[in-house]
Design a protein around this ligand. Structure first.
Ligand code: HPA
Length: 241
């Protein structure tokens, strides 16, 4: 069964797999994906900012991306999100299998069900992620040398600017653990299409105000990304058997 991986900042391809670029037409516009060749043709990789990171978070065509994965038959999808750390127990370079979110975005197209022919649908997000895929991912993580924190709340801001220190203090008081700009509406659109979807946030900086100036992790990120992708592929294949 086809499975999908979505990634953004710091992860633009799957180095261990030869993939071809395919343009997919959707009712929401065209999107570019990479598809594995030969025995990996079940694998779809979607660079959410485009292959050259040319689309900022607030302008990503999330509906085209998720629709494309679904129309190609992807039943299980794992996403990686670069984030800033709010929770001091989740310092930069931490991996967090997020299990909840807070949405501070605005002006994005957030649903496939906006009336008319598509009707109206109010999805239940009491359990935002696919529990079986999250469990498989966490169970297999040690085999890839990865320690994944098994839960955390992702706050999605609109970007493209980073947050102010006062905003980060507020987000911390609201229960946010990590902050990023792209998980919403990706998570909720996948849920609307009944895709089994789970996600790992990887921290690349302390959020604003925790240190005097924001500095981004550079060392070790490509190894972390490579191991995370290998784990994603294994977990997706196990979970979709
Ligand atoms: N804030 C929002 N998005 C981010 C950050 C951050 O500090 N780091 C990486 N993506």
């Amino acid at each position: 069964m086809p499975v999908g991986i979505i990634a953004g900042t710091a992860i633009y391809s799957i180095p261990s797999i030869t993939m071809e670029e395919i343009s997919v037409d959707t009712p929401y516009g065209e999107t570019l994906i990479l598809r594995g060749e030969g025995e990996n043709s079940d694998l779809i990789f979607l660079p959410r900012h485009g292959p050259k990171h040319s689309t900022p978070p607030h302008k990503i065509n999330y509906r085209a991306n998720i629709h494309a994965l679904s129309s190609l038959g992807a039943t299980h999808v794992l996403a990686a999100y670069a984030v800033g750390s709010i929770n001091t127990n989740m310092p930069p370079m931490s991996l967090v299998a997020i299990d909840d979110f807070i949405d501070f975005t605005s002006g994005r197209e957030v649903t496939f069900f906006d009336g008319g022919v598509n009707k109206v649908k109010h999805i239940d997000v009491s359990e935002p992620f696919c529990t079986s895929l999250r469990s498989t991912l966490l169970e297999l993580s040690a085999q890839y040398g990865l320690e994944i924190i098994p839960g955390g709340t992702y706050v999605c801001t609109n970007g493209p600017r980073l947050e102010s220190p006062a905003e980060v203090r507020m987000l911390s008081k609201l229960g946010g653990d990590v902050v990023g700009m792209t998980a919403i509406p990706e998570i909720t659109l996948a849920k609307e299409l009944d895709i089994c979807f789970a996600a790992v946030a990887f921290s690349v900086n302390w959020a604003a105000g925790i240190e005097k100036k924001i500095s981004f992790v550079e060392d070790g990120l490509s190894d972390l990304g490579k191991n995370l992708l290998d784990l994603f592929i294994r977990a997706l294949r196990e979970a979709s058997k």
